[in-house]
Design a protein around this ligand. Sequence first.
Ligand SMILES: NC(=O)c1ccc[n+]([C@@H]2O[C@H](COP(=O)([O-])OP(=O)(O)OC[C@H]3O[C@@H](n4cnc5c(N)ncnc54)[C@H](OP(=O)(O)O)[C@@H]3O)[C@@H](O)[C@H]2O)c1
Length: 269
Amino acid sequence: MEYITLNNGLKMPIVGTGTNTYGKENNDYNGAVTKNEIPELVSALELGYRSIDAAIMYRNEELVGRVLAESTVPREELFITTKVPASEEYISSKEATRAAIDNSLKNFQTDYLDLLLIHFPIEDKVQLKNTWEVFEEYYESGKLKAIGVSNFGKAQLDELKEFAKVKPAVNQIQINLKEPNADLLAVLKDEGIAPVAWGPMKAEAHQQEVLDEIGKAYKKSGAQVLLKYQIQRGVIVIPKSHNPENQASNLDLFDYVLSAEDMEKIKNL
Ligand SMILES: NC(=O)c1ccc[n+]([C@@H]2O[C@H](COP(=O)([O-])OP(=O)(O)OC[C@H]3O[C@@H](n4cnc5c(N)ncnc54)[C@H](OP(=O)(O)O)[C@@H]3O)[C@@H](O)[C@H]2O)c1
């Protein structure tokens, strides 16, 4: 595993696993959380994943937390991210946000989370300020090791900057070959905010063909080339898979380097 050092010194694994469909009927995002086990999460931990991307909105936090707590992996080896939704129930008051964080701590059976994000931009300036102040409060108390945002654009990051005492450590946004988000990535680099790519596997068929072709020279699949491209330029990835073979392949990225020429070729896709 390789790590990215966040702007507060905390080290985050550069590859983690998503969880948004885990434990759900038909592995469907909108499906009911009917399962009592998550074999995919168990296999991810066995394969060596330590960074787990969760969210209150996924409705499976309690189950994900239980699987992690029941595993043999010590808490200090795990890097747990979760997200507070930008909806009234969680941001209407500071008390509501505190209750959400306390409940997440309970779900993960832990006294700290490694990273907490605001899941989507909060339109109301007062609510945004109140929410971030609660994040800062829990950060200062050590219950959150890092705090950040998700799906924030430049304007929303600027708004946060007006009052934030603690700078967001990450911005989790869609980054893939269909939605490269290059301008925002450049902003994040300038600001010292680490980019985390959600939906990293998405690519058009013609892009996939080129990735497969590039992979042949390295004895890697197109999917592996796609993830390698992101991590080689410092983008943290959290691919999600229900298939242990794909989970293993998504971690098998650290024994080679893509040439500058191939990096350029992928960028131009
Ligand atoms: N912050 C946000 O707003 C936000 C939004 C969306 C997602 N997320 C987070 O980001 C995580 C990842 O995003 P995502 O789940 O939407 O999409 P993703 O990871 O880009 O793609 C998942 C799909 O890729 C396939 N896949 C994975 N590895 C593969 C491989 N090596 N070869 C071929 N196919 C492969 C999976 O199929 P198999 O199961 O068959 O392998 C699955 O269908 C989520 O789980 C969630 O935690 C956050």
